[in-house]
Ligand binder design. Sequence first.
Ligand code: MRU
Length: 355
Amino acid sequence: MAAKKLRAVRWDKGVVYLLEQRVLPFQEKWVKCDTVERVAKAIEEMTVRGAPAIGITAAYGVAVGAMRSKAKTATAFEKEVEKAIARLRRTRPTAVNLFWALDRMAECLKAISVLSVAEQKRALVKEALLIHAEDEALCDRLGKHGSKLLAKAKNVLTHCNTGALATGGDGTALAAITHAARKNKKLHVWVDETRPYLQGARLTAYEVAHAGIDFHLITDNMAASLMKKKMVDAIIVGADRIVANGDTANKIGTYALAVMAKAHGIPFYVSAPTTTLDLTKKNGDSIEIEQRNPKEVTHPQGVPIAKESYPVYNPAFDVTPGSLITAIVLETGICRAPYQKSLRSALTAAQKESK
Ligand code: MRU
């Protein structure tokens, strides 16, 4: 019997349920978020994380706000929903999927303003469910395209978590790995632990084990030595925001991997849906990088490893220049440099498809 599909976000009768990612892999616990504030806190505090999953959760957060509203008039209802959108926007700044999903909910709200409050509530729930279903389908397409790049690889390295826990479906970069592993029985994965938040150790290792794929967990500082020993054939990661020239914000440590890959002649791939594109920015310099709590560095998983009083610098993401990226996998296909052109055409194709 096929293993049950892993999923991180669930909608049921006006409430969003999130798989509590902070206690994985030791406990599988679902958290009920039945207010906008609970959804916002769940995003801020990493109960849910990963760019597409954050976007989907935020869309459901708007739907939760709509369903709970006691407003009697359309004007009062719209104000409440706008307030919910504004609160959810202030959760995490780097992943563009959050803003994409909230913009889409805001557009939906505008388009349905002639309807009754009851009808508007139904329409907003429908839109959030659609965003979730669409992302699941995008993951399948990313998996198919990305797996072609890994068809001959024996050892693939990945960073952070980009699977079912980070998306609405089977993942982005990790979907490429799981798709490739179905055909390429020799595929083995190096899972970077991903300091300081340990998404690789806690979540990716859990996901590849669940999928029955051969893997080893490594600490981030082992990657260069593996590359030198020719123990890595390809690297594939996800993205939180990809801008016009291909510069890509992703989990801190991604840039170092891309530099090392270049030095060792190893292909470096990024996989993400077009909802992660932000072509309004020319390059990665103006991407806002989230700074997180110093305790994530001094007390990983609550365990003290350094004095709490030490000064700490804790950016959650870095930006990899497009010039270090061999190819970007989108649901529309594989993009290569010059990214200004290939990403623009991919986005236009995706927009045409969705009409
Ligand atoms: O801080 P996180 O855990 O939300 O960061 C997640 C990442 O950086 C992922 O690599 C990225 O969102 C791609 S997820 C498909």
